[in-house]
Write a protein that binds this ligand. Sequence first.
Ligand SMILES: [Zn+2]
Length: 83
Amino acid sequence: MKYLLVLLVIGVAVAWLAGARRRDLGARRGAGGSRERARRPGAEPATMLACAHCGVHLPQPDALFDAAGRPYCSEAHRLGGPR
Ligand SMILES: [Zn+2]
């Protein structure tokens, strides 16, 4: 009877550990999955451009350009012009 109780405790502990590991893996896979979804398969990494006003680097699709084609990080810096 004593051994049955020990086996029961071990069984519960193993089940609990397996559940905890599954939750941990699921959370990690979820975080990685969203990162994978953000990057389209086969897509080239975005070209990084430096803001002509403050010099901060930003991906080309997020950049704003003035009439001369200079990249800016924001509308405020585009209006501020190159430094
Ligand atoms: Zn800027």
